[in-house]
Design a protein around this ligand. Structure first.
Ligand SMILES: Nc1nc2c(ncn2[C@@H]2O[C@H](COP(=O)(O)OP(=O)(O)OP(=O)(O)O)[C@@H](O)[C@H]2O)c(=O)[nH]1
Ligand SMILES: [Mg+2]
Length: 251
């Protein structure tokens, strides 16, 4: 399939992280069906939700020579980690929070949308999004709610079936309180809207096994463009004109 793990602006970084495999000569027929099938998943969510932790868990125990690490050259450093999973190559994108007090929201979102639109121009579609939310955050958490609203505008309605709203950091020490918080989230207006649109609510229990259950669900999905990709590439909009750009209130 030859699908790139990252858009053109990305580059591979240190050889200690990335050990490229030799290319397979084109005359060799791979022994298994579609061995290069690549499943691309964006891991998103507010700062502290557990994105990097999730990815670390997913690549834990995999030989370093089997992991490819790429990152964009810009300030925010969208990173992708690819690893083999049976006959599939899984690529997880660690996507930074859209907002940043240091550079301002615009730079952050501009870099993420640039990465997404250049990936889409190359024909790369996401199989899904694992959207993380710390179960200990109160549903009134303004930061998380604002992030979710932006995510909703970035994703758009037609890709929602490929979204897993995933709670993290379950301690199980007080399961009843955590389950009650999960219920509150489910019934909150923003989550309800996403769930009605097709997003599924899941739990990440902090282990690789639990993360692979999420990935297994996304493997089955038909990859779809996000609204930001459609608007910036197919409709040639600038970021400020897109739904997510307008929700930032820059204009
Ligand atoms: N026990 C446990 N700790 C977690 C889990 N997820 C995240 N953490 C911890 O929560 C803190 C924040 O997690 P990160 O993975 O750095 O969060 P992030 O979403 O990558 O945050 P940014 O990179 O700042 O956007 C870290 O101390 C993690 O070790 C989890 O599922 N279980
Ligand atoms: Mg992180």
């Amino acid at each position: 399939m030859g699908m790139p793990a990252a858009p053109p602006m990305s580059h591979t970084i240190p050889s200690t992280y990335f050990l490229a495999k030799p290319p397979i000569p084109s005359t060799i027929v791979p022994p298994i069906d579609n061995p290069k099938k690549e499943i691309i998943i964006a891991v998103m969510g507010p700062a502290g939700a557990g994105k990097s932790y999730f990815i670390r868990e997913m690549i834990a125990g995999i030989s370093q020579s089997d992991i490819e690490l790429c990152e964009t050259s810009g300030w925010t450093k969208v990173r992708s980690f690819s690893f083999p999973y049976g006959p599939t190559k899984i690529t997880l994108f660690d996507t930074p929070d859209f907002r940043n007090a240091g550079t301002g929201d615009y730079e952050m979102l501009a870099e993420i949308s640039d990465w997404m639109s250049s990936a889409y121009r190359q024909g790369t579609l996401l199989s899904g999004i694992i959207y993380l939310h710390n179960i200990h955050w109160l549903h009134e958490n303004f930061w998380a709610t604002e992030h979710l609203m932006m995510f909703q505008k970035l994703c758009g309605p037609s890709a929602l079936q490929n979204v897993l709203l995933t709670t993290t950091q379950w301690s199980n020490a007080n399961l009843a309180a955590e389950e009650s918080r999960e219920n509150t989230l489910r019934t909150s207006s923003h989550w309800r809207e996403l769930i009605t649109g097709g997003a599924a609510v899941k739990r990440f229990m902090g282990t690789r096994e639990s993360g692979l259950e999420l990935i297994d669900q996304l493997i089955k999905k038909e990859p779809k463009p996000l609204l930001i990709q459609h608007q910036m590439v197919d409709e040639d909009m600038i970021l400020e004109e897109t739904d997510v750009g307008q929700c930032m209130g820059w204009t």
